[in-house]
Ligand binder design. Sequence first.
Ligand code: EPU
Length: 440
Amino acid sequence: MVSQLRVTGGTPLNGEITVRGAKNFVSKAMVAALLSQEKSVLRNVPDIRDVAVVTELLRLHGADVDYDVPSGTLEITPGDIHLPDDPADMDAVAGSSRIPILFAGPLLHTLGEAFIPDLGGCHIGNRPVDFHMQVLESFGAKRIQEPSGMHLVAPQGLTAKPVRLPYPSVGATEQTLFTAVMANGITVLENAAVEPEIMDLIAVLQKMGAMISVDTDRTIRIEGVDELHGYAHTALPDRIEAGSWASAALATHGDIFVRGAQQEPMMSYLNIYRKVGGQFDVTDEGIRFWHPGGQLRSLALETDVHPGFMTDWQQPLVVALTQATGMSIVHETVYEDRFGFTEALRDMGAHIQIYKECLGGHECRFGQRNFYHSAVIQGPTKLHAADVFVPDLRGGFSHLIAALAAEGTSVVSGVSIIDRGYENFVGKLRALNADVEALD
Ligand code: EPU
């Protein structure tokens, strides 16, 4: 695994790359396979570290997992599921992932107990799991805190209860789906997240035999069933990765065809792309993104839950906004602390200030608290090389883009975290003519 890259910028990224299945769907669909004894087959699976982590977690629970990287076909046969012999093994595997919390529902249904190690993931805010715990406990799970994590038990099984999420959390919606599909009774889940990745997960669960309907007002109804079956499914493409490469094209004056990208789940991104002055062409095979020459335009935008502008698109786009003429405002309303990556951009010459106030839109839930969650970007600025350290997954990809847009040679350290969500990113950068060299 590469951890340091020497990046020489100033050359546009040009060419074609392919995106495969969405990280934020594939990992959940893998967990869903535990709801049945039968074999499940997931296609279009990317070779990323989150997939490797969930594979190891499934194996520790006794499942058989077989992944053919070139074809992207992953087969899971749960077989004789059990808790890992040593909880420390789970901790060692899961360290960097937040997926283990989603094992709770399937394991409670199958075994009546689950062990959840302390959670990792990107440092972009507190990232509590209180909504998850409220759902699990209201359905009848009991929690026993242990030194390396929590042990959950549900000896009487799980019983449906009404759920109203305080915020349309992606993870808590998935938690509720997994807990409710085989619970006793009907669950009405209000204020649910309705991201395309969640709709694809619901499609998987329906294939498995679940009874789930989605209303127009963020309400999801889940009728518990006694038994679920294996599934065969092709994962929807990774719209975050597609948007990241699109922003890279804009920031470097490039032209990238993203094979596999789809228009519908990216509509809000495409609107912003056009507003900034980027151009795109949608085909059946993918989307071509390019900088048409001339000046980019500044804008004000807010991140939001679907169908709004995704928080995960924000960081790569901010790099492109350093090249737009005028003042742009980005108000982050999903995570309270997602502008840490801008410090490195300032080291590269970008003019970015971050503020605690809700700028450029409505008051969000972070407005009255002490979080730097709005950014003002003044452009265009000529970026220059710097040695930077990657703070988190999306911030890290942004650092790479910034280094590629900058004049000179930068050293970007800590890039191994990017493997969590970007398949073969070094190979793809080279395919786009980027001048990158692994230093270790
Ligand atoms: N939240 C709570 N309590 C909870 C759960 C969430 O307060 O129990 C808050 C979070 O702190 C956050 C907000 O609700 O402020 C939204 O969090 P959400 O639960 O929606 O996020 P998540 O499920 O932890 C997934 C993706 C993230 C993506 C978000 C939003 C995965 C593995 N992660 O996280 O992806 O940003 O949804 O779309 O699916 C990434 O890919 O880089 C990434 C961080």
